[in-house]
Structures are given as structure tokens and as C-alpha cells.
Design a protein around this ligand. Structure first.
Ligand code: SF4
Length: 110
């Protein structure tokens, strides 16, 4: 990495990234190549690094905010994050300010 790239990264990357456990890890572990037969091994190694990371929650939030679809972030794969968003129940916001799910509304009908 050139000095300019290092300086740019220092000023553009979120501050919490400085405490990341993966800072000195092999980036190939966190960016699985499509079709690589060693992906499962690499992904599991990346997840093991994430397990005790002090900024894991921030990293996961960042993954959702940036809609990353390529890297292991916050101890999750892109596939897992997609599943996480699809498993969130659909909620509607009522004028009273309370959330209600469609399942709850169905129950109230006779
Ligand atoms: S949670 Fe994992 S990917 Fe995120 S900063 Fe920590 S070690 Fe890196």
C-alpha cells in the first residue's frame, strides 16, 4: 500500500475499524471468491476471527448500512445477512404510534 492510500484510508474509514481483529488478517479469508472450493474453510476461519472482535456489532451494522454483498462482516456471510433481513417480520406503523404485524391484525378479526 502506498503512503497516499494509507493516508486516504485513515481519513475515510470509520474509526472503529482501527480496533478490528481482522486488521492484520489475510483479506482472502473475508472475501470468498465465487466457485472457490476452499470457500467454506476460508469463511469459517474468518468467522473465528470475528467471534472475539471488539467491534463486531458495529461491523455488522456497517454491513447492513452499506448493503455489502461480498464480504464476511460482523461474523456473518452475505448470504446469512440476506436471510436475516428476510426473516424480519413485516410490520406496519399505525397512527397510534405502535407497531403491529399482519399476523396480529389477522388474529383480531372474528
Ligand atoms: S467483526 Fe470480523 S470483519 Fe468485522 S471488524 Fe471484526 S474481525 Fe473484522
Amino acid at each position: 500500500m502506498t503512503l497516499t492510500a494509507e493516508i486516504l484510508q485513515q481519513y475515510t474509514a470509520p474509526r472503529w475499524m482501527r480496533r478490528a481483529r481482522c486488521a492484520n488478517s489475510d483479506p482472502a479469508l473475508f472475501f470468498p471468491e465465487p466457485g472457490d472450493p476452499g470457500n467454506a474453510v476460508k469463511t469459517n476461519a474468518a468467522k473465528r476471527i470475528c467471534r472475539d472482535c471488539p467491534v463486531k456489532a458495529l461491523c455488522l451494522r456497517w454491513a447492513f448500512e452499506t448493503e455489502d454483498r461480498f464480504a464476511v462482516l460482523g461474523g456473518t456471510t452475505p448470504y446469512q445477512r440476506t436471510r436475516m433481513t428476510k426473516n424480519v417480520p413485516k410490520r406496519r406503523f399505525r397512527t397510534s404510534g405502535r407497531f403491529t404485524s399482519s399476523a396480529v391484525r389477522r388474529k383480531k378479526k372474528p
